[in-house]
Design a protein around this ligand. Sequence first.
Ligand code: CA2
Length: 148
Amino acid sequence: MTSIITILNGPNLNLLGTREPETYGTGTLDDLETLCAETAEGLGLAIDFRQSNTEGELISWVHEARTRSAGIIINPAGYSHTSVALMDALLAVDIPVMEVHLSNIHKRESFRHHSYVSRAAQGVICGLGFAGYRLALIALSDILEEDL
Ligand code: CA2
């Protein structure tokens, strides 16, 4: 059976492609989903790609992924820097978690330099735009094949 990778996107990422292209690029969330689906297909994986503007919904989706998915890729957006609850949910799942940020959070304001979610992540990718999600899928594929 094809393994499913849950890909979660946090608040305001539905605005991709409409504002702040200098920080987040010109592609839309739909473009990102297409890139992830094509990458996953090439790796023999399937994706469940979602975006929410609410913390509780993201947490419920992490819980759902515990039983349905082989791994999680999450861009927690602003909740990276604030949410102990999202971190706790991710710490409670025993599937690999990759954290992705489109921008290099370490080059930006100091409040973005710390991510609670990183404590629950096997790996963190930032600053590579959409390619970060592609690389996270490749890394998860390797992890699931026990190469990493
Ligand atoms: O670089 C990232 O991927 C971030 O997770 C994006 C978050 C930000 O709070 C994090 O520090 C870093 C913000 C997402 C907002 O996305 C927008 C996209 C287009 C237009 C406006 C906002």
